[in-house]
Design a protein around this ligand. Structure first.
Ligand SMILES: Cc1cc2nc3c(=O)[nH]c(=O)nc-3n(C[C@H](O)[C@H](O)[C@H](O)COP(=O)(O)O)c2cc1C
Length: 210
């Protein structure tokens, strides 16, 4: 039975639109896959290691094929623990709000920890960059206060979905499915709720094929 990792990037608990949609997806998935192993990771409650001087030094040592120092190694072990938890999963679900046209800082920190040479991507001069996390489906529930429809000027402000999907693809994930709830704020709570209900229905349908 596949292991599913559900990553929550909104701190708004039950008020969160992205979480409500992703929760519904996971609930339907669970009903369809009795006994499925599902791990939930709330990025605003999980104690993520800082990706600071020692961890960055260790990353560069790996890039240059050098041995990290003892202090760097200690920082790196915490990074490795987060990566192992991530790579142990075979399916991923993300709940992602738009913050300042991009993603919340806790999700960026998580990605900065995950995206490491030899762990989630490789590089050789012959083949260039290659993602290592291949063959694993991803579902993302995005929520935005405003609306960023394709073909409009607003679309150019969307650095949430293009960024997340670029970095997931960089790690090798090519099967990325998603629903977008928008606008959650701009047109008032009734429209926000109606859009969310539409997205929940789509998400439940998609969970059956996941
Ligand atoms: C710090 C912060 C920044 C935000 N920035 C944007 C933004 O740039 N564009 C936008 O459309 N909505 C923005 N919003 C609104 C959220 O995208 C919206 O409330 C969405 O529903 C959040 O997802 P959630 O309901 O899952 O928490 C922002 C909200 C917060 C808290």
């Amino acid at each position: 039975m596949s292991k599913l990792l559900y990553i929550q990037a909104s701190p708004r608990a039950d008020r969160s639109h992205s979480r409500k949609v992703a929760d519904s997806f996971v609930e339907t998935y669970r009903q369809e896959h009795r006994g499925a192993e599902i791990l939930t990771l709330d990025l605003f409650h999980r104690d993520l290691p800082a990706f600071d001087g020692e961890a960055v030094n260790a990353k560069y040592r790996i890039l240059h094929g050098e041995k990290p120092t003892e202090v760097e190694r200690k920082a790196w072990r915490e990074v490795e623990a987060i990566i192992s938890e991530f790579t142990a999963a075979e399916k991923y679900v993300f709940a992602v709000p738009m913050w300042n046209f991009g993603i919340p800082y806790r999700l960026k920190q998580y990605l900065d920890i995950l995206v490491q040479p030899t762990y989630t991507f490789s590089y050789t001069p012959e083949d260039g960059y290659k993602g290592i996390i291949t063959g694993r489906p991803v579902f993302v529930a995005y929520a935005r206060g405003g609306a960023y429809p394709a073909g409009t000027e607003a679309e150019g402000y969307d650095f949430q979905k293009p960024y997340l999907e670029t970095i997931l693809a960089f790690m090798g994930m090519s099967d990325i499915r998603s629903v977008v709830v928008e606008p959650t704020l701009q047109e008032g709570p009734d429209i926000g709720k109606a859009k969310r209900d539409e997205a929940i229905a789509k998400a439940r349908e998609m969970a059956r094929q996941f």
